[in-house]
Design a protein around this ligand. Structure first.
Ligand SMILES: [Fe+2]
Ligand SMILES: [Fe+2]
Length: 144
């Protein structure tokens, strides 16, 4: 079970509220059985679509330098959850139990690296209006 500990706070209120929803949606999958697993998976997929769209928009609007790497992780995760849903529908309900541990580890790493860097970047005055405050590395590098 994933717990939202203080080190998972990014300091960006909107992002942190979304992350609290992610924790609830992920934990809910292990708390249900039968057809309710699909309902819980749909909730997680809907959450990921909305939250990733929000972060992606923030990165695009602010010309966030390592946007490519961050977008790539979002796409990988949402495709993983969709694939788990497809397999549950295809008769492998037990595979839903693998999501909790896998995405808990991913979430902790992602939030403390990519999301934390994004939150710090967005907190710089005027960054949304004026684009990058400082030149940063492209791709998966972090801002200088
Ligand atoms: Fe992210
Ligand atoms: Fe996030």
């Amino acid at each position: 079970m994933l717990t939202l500990t203080p080190e998972l706070s990014t300091g960006n209120g909107e992002i942190d509220r979304h992350h609290a929803d992610f924790v609830e949606a992920l934990n809910a999958i292990d708390a249900v059985e039968g057809d309710d697993v699909l309902v819980a998976l749909d909730r997680l997929i809907a959450h990921c679509e909305a939250h990733f769209a929000f972060e992606n928009e923030q990165m695009e609007a602010s010309h966030f330098p390592p946007i490519g790497c961050h977008l790539g992780e979002h796409e990988m995760v949402i495709e993983t959850v969709r694939e788990v849903r497809r397999r549950v529908v295809a008769g492998q309900p037990e595979i839903a139990r693998s999501l909790g541990p896998a995405l808990s580890e991913w979430f902790s790493n992602h939030v403390q690296s990519m999301d934390a860097v994004l939150a710090r970047y967005l907190a710089q005055p005027g960054v949304i209006e004026s684009g990058p405050v400082q030149a940063g590395a492209a791709g998966c590098g972090l801002p200088a």
